[in-house]
Design a protein around this ligand. Structure first.
Ligand code: C2E
Ligand code: MG
Ligand code: MG
Length: 756
């Protein structure tokens, strides 16, 4: 007997004996000693047994309690428990597992095999691996999906321990070995892992540079995009401060404010210039976020940035393209408008004056058409350069497209200053532009017409100032180009008249408002009428008789001249035919051709047609063109003149002496007659200059076998002088005013009778 048991037994016996001692007197008679002893012993035994029984009962109750605790622990463990046999029969399972799969205990226990809970798609994994897992579960884990009661899967991890059955009961119940399996729901963990994997992928593959620092601003991690932008490999910057990227383009104040905001609000966003490893500056769009620990203290800072140097450069390019003229680099219309608006605001505030100059190069289109756009572009660039040189740095010179330029001069105290200064600049521009341009080895000249409008006198808005400067510019063109004109209200009046005239002219032909007057051309030697010049007039229903100078330019610009010109040719030829029919069969007819008419590609056909229609020989028709028309496009002119000559019509050079008058060109063109302009005749008797000019023109004409007609003869003395110089023909009020056909022959007759 073991020491402990012996002591226990001895204690029991002592207790039993003291109980009997208390009962002895009454129960056992004193004389029956032997029996009494035996009885005593039996009683002791009985008591001992009872006491032992009691002890056993207590122990059993304790055991049951303990068992219950263990069952509870088993059931309520934070992980699922499962006892499986080698064949994966479920021997026992806990509530945590039931709960995980949404089963009641009974329902769960009704199923015999664990495979019945495995998600169908994962059965193959389970079946394939279970045996190996059962035999040696150490360090093995099976991840698979179980199927919840409603059918949805739940991802779990199985780990296990092989246990040897010890009690006979276990052997009967579980077999020799059983598997104790832990089942853990790993969905959340997996999701987290997945998120981390994703985050890592984003970090690695992001197009944006990412830089993570610890709370002491030491770089702890950078991504490949960081390296791509900055040129620094991760190991070159880890442990260092982001200051390695500093460009020193920002003030300490900039960084102070940035960190203030991060500390206060946890983040900062903005644009910042940094520097790459190779020393290049770059602009990045950066956002910095503070990462806080559980105590709210910043533990890390994450900087995410993208390199926007290129984008900014592109934006700037777009800005330039939107506001500057690509050819000349001058501000364009859009920027000009902005600047002028700005100047107006400032001038209004400071009570200052501004001037707006509208420039249009003279005859630029001609140059562009004949010499090509390349030369045209070079000229515009040259002009732009000279214009800029003519004004102050602060003044705006802009190109409005084509050959139009605008200039704003600002900051003038009063009207007098602005007028004076603007006049100076305008004159300077006019003279600068007339200096020859050297364009790819050739010298070219140009002139410009300038219109000026002043703020506040001529307008308060951008639109008004520009419109009035434009009107003034047109006026300058009308004044013979190569000059500047300041806007006046009369111009507006004129512009208005012009625009109504333009409108009316469109219907003038249809309404038969156009008429021809005829002025005789006289042989000065014989006083015979040799022909007539057809001169157009417009009988305006409201304005009366309008002379050609006032509407031919409008007809030219609007293109109406082609129809009007054709009408003149028809009417004049028809009239000539009538006179021929009336016996004046030697008379010739002169018809004026304007520039645009002369450039008409089918002019020869038209003339041919008109002559045929009126059954007129071509030599009865003279066409008058001015020198300027000839000089405009010499190649084309020469061709046209040859064709006309071939047709048999004569050509006169009208207003001779007033234009370019290059006598050398005369040789090149087949011209028959020179009409000396009336401005030379008017004072010919008094002005020596005019005499010299007229005499030399006559001499040259004679030398070149050209006929001469002098225009504007008003006095008989002029006839005498011109006759003495050998001039053959003349025209003028002296002989006859231009008049309608019906009156013509009479007036001529009168003259013939009086003066022969
Ligand atoms: P032009 O061809 O030089 O015509 C001569 C102009 O001088 C005419 O003016 C005529 O009336 C004027 N004149 C004639 N004799 C005298 C005189 O003794 N003294 C003065 N001071 N003037 C005299 P008009 O008719 O006003 O024509 C002006 C210009 O208009 C013409 O100049 C011509 O270039 C143009 N023109 C006239 N008719 C037509 C036409 O049918 N078609 C085209 N394209 N132009 C025309
Ligand atoms: Mg004429
Ligand atoms: Mg003339």
């Amino acid at each position: 007997m073991r020491q402990k048991d012996a002591e226990h037994y001895k204690a029991l016996r002592e207790q039993a004996e003291s109980l009997i001692a208390m009962q002895k007197e009454s129960v056992i008679p004193p004389d029956q000693t032997e029996i009494a002893r035996v009885f005593h012993d039996l009683t002791v035994y009985q008591i001992e047994l009872e006491m032992q029984n009691e002890q056993l009962r207590l122990t059993q109750a304790e055991l049951l309690g303990a068992q219950k605790n263990i069952d509870q622990l088993f059931d309520l463990a934070p992980v699922g428990y499962l006892i499986l046999s080698g064949k994966a029969e479920i021997l026992r399972s806990n509530r945590t597992l039931h709960d995980l799969l949404d089963y009641h205990g009974d329902e769960f226990n009704n199923r015999k095999y664990f495979a019945q809970f495995v998600y169908t798609d994962d059965l193959i994994i389970f079946n394939a691996r279970y045996q190996a897992f059962f035999k040696r579960p150490e360090n093995k884990r099976i991840e698979l999906r179980l199927q919840k009661r409603q059918g949805s899967p739940v991802l779990v991890e199985l780990s296990g321990r092989l246990v040897k059955s010890v009690t006979p009961q276990q052997i009967i119940q579980y077999g020799d070995f059983y598997l104790l399996v832990n089942i853990v729901d790993i969905s959340a963990r997996k999701q987290l892992e997945e998120e981390l994997r994703l985050a890592a992928k984003v970090f690695e593959n992001s197009d944006e540079g990412i830089l993570i620092t610890d709370h002491q601003s030491r770089i702890v991690k950078v991504n490949p995009a960081f390296t791509a932008v900055t040129g620094y490999e991760a190991d070159e910057v880890i442990g260092k401060s982001p200051a390695v990227l500093k460009s020193h383009k920002h003030s300490p104040e900039f960084y102070r404010q940035m960190w203030n905001k991060i500390n206060r609000e946890g983040s900062w966003q903005g644009e910042i210039w940094n520097r790459r490893k190779n020393g290049d500056f770059y602009l990045e769009c950066l956002s910095i976020n503070a990462i806080t620990d559980q105590f709210g203290r910043a533990s890390h800072f994450i900087g995410i940035f993208s390199d926007i140097t290129r984008r900014r450069h592109d934006e700037q390019q777009i800005e330039i393209m939107a506001h500057y003229d690509a050819l000349t680099d001058l501000p364009n219309r859009v920027l000009f408008n902005e600047r002028l608006k700005h100047s107006i605001v400032r001038a209004t505030r400071h009570k200052q004056w501004i001037s707006v100059l509208f420039l249009d190069l003279d005859r630029f289109k001609n140059l562009n058409d004949t010499l090509g756009h390349f030369i045209g572009d070079l000229l515009l660039q040259g002009v732009a350069k000279r214009l800029k040189a003519c004004v102050r740095e602060s003044d705006t010179v802009s190109r409005f497209g084509g050959d139009e330029f605008m200039i704003v001069l600002s900051d003038f105290e009063d009207e007098q200053t602005v007028t004076l200064h603007t006049a100076e600049i305008a004159k300077k521009i006019l003279s600068e532009l007339t200096k020859a341009f050297d364009l790819s080895g050739n010298k070219f000249m140009t002139t410009t017409s300038i219109g000026v409008a002043f703020f506040p006198k001529d307008g308060h808005s951008v639109a008004e100032l520009m419109k009035n400067a434009d009107t003034a510019m047109y006026h300058a063109k009308g004044q013979g180009r190569n000059n500047y004109q300041c806007y006046s209200d009369d111009m507006r009046e004129q512009a208005l008249t012009r625009s109504t005239l333009e409108n009316d002219l469109r219907s003038a032909l249809e309404n038969q408002e156009l008429v021809l007057h005829y002025q005789p051309v006289v042989n000065l030697q014989t006083a015979e009428i040799v022909g007539f010049e057809a001169l157009i007039r417009w009988r305006h229903p409201k304005r009366g008789l309008i002379p050609p100078d006032q509407f031919i330019p409008i007809a030219e610009e609007t293109g109406l001249i082609t129809d009007i010109g054709e009408w003149v040719l028809h009417s004049a030829c028809r009239q000539l035919k009538i006179w021929h029919g009336a016996g004046k069969s030697t008379l010739k007819m002169s018809v004026n051709l304007s520039a645009r008419q002369f450039m008409q590609h089918n002019l020869v056909e038209i003339i041919k047609h008109v002559l045929e229609l009126n059954a007129l020989e071509p030599h009865y028709l003279e066409l008058e063109i001015t020198e300027t028309v000839i000089m405009k496009n010499m190649n084309q002119t020469a061709k046209m003149l040859k064709n006309l000559q071939h047709l048999g019509v004569s050509i006169s050079l009208d207003d001779f002496g007033t234009g370019y008058s290059s006598l050398t060109y005369l040789k090149l063109f087949p011209v028959n007659i020179l009409k000396i302009d009336r401005s030379f005749i008017r004072d010919i008797l008094e002005a020596n200059d005019d005499k010299v000019i007229v005499n030399s023109i006559i001499a040259i004409a004679q030398h070149m076998r050209l006929n001469i007609i002098t225009e504007g003869i008003e006095r008989p003395e002029q006839v005498h002088y011109l006759k003495s110089q050998g001039c053959q023909f003349g025209q003028g009020y002296l002989f006859a005013m231009p008049c309608i056909a019906e009156e013509c022959l009479f007036s001529v007759k009168d003259f013939s009778q009086e003066n022969i």
